[in-house]
Design a protein around this ligand. Sequence first.
Ligand code: 13P
Length: 238
Amino acid sequence: MLIAGNWKLFKGPREAREFCGALAAAVDTSGIEVAVCPPFVSLAAALEGVRGSAVQVFAQSVHWAETGAFTGEVSAAMLAEVGVAGAIVGHSERRQYFGETDETVARRSEAALAAGLRVIACVGETLAERDGSRVEEVLRRQTAAIADAVGPHANLVVAYEPVWAIGTGRTASPEQAQEAHAIIRDILDVPILYGGSVKAENAPVLLAQPDVDGALVGGAALEVTSFAGICAAARAVA
Ligand code: 13P
């Protein structure tokens, strides 16, 4: 069971260090894995904050090239040098706003895994796709792109994040999450996280689904109390 907090565009270095110190003191990691995913500039500070604890630090993206003319990007080797454990790849916000495609998600995943990083690769349908009964088709296409590139790699985790549930307060029902996770697992048998308005209150029922192996948390990961509450819910079902 992995509980990862995706901070998105929140928390600079000072806040990251303080938050991680407080989180490390508040969270019980026995039997589960806990990770935070700060913005690039806050990674080193977050690593200082979690030092001495089992809380891991992941980046929010990673480029496929080792070096080169790729303004604004960061390579897997650079992240490994800083000391992070892994990276999120292909979050729907990157697909939506920054032109990420199934192909770039596959390339980024491949490079990160080759460099020894762990990868949380994100998939998930939009509301229009769900309303158009295209959930299975979309999940199969997105997951197959990752599977074709890297297969069921030991350092790979997939996150199912229905776009309509992100930041909306609207979660997938436990049945919808389980159904989607089963489709993903049919193609790629790796741990699968659920993401989309996960809170301490709804975490127990979501995490209790047989094919839900953890959570990728946005808003509720920005406060120590709520994030630690989700981690406690994970420990209860782990
Ligand atoms: P929320 O938990 O804020 O809905 O965000 C989910 C998410 O996008 C995590 O990556």
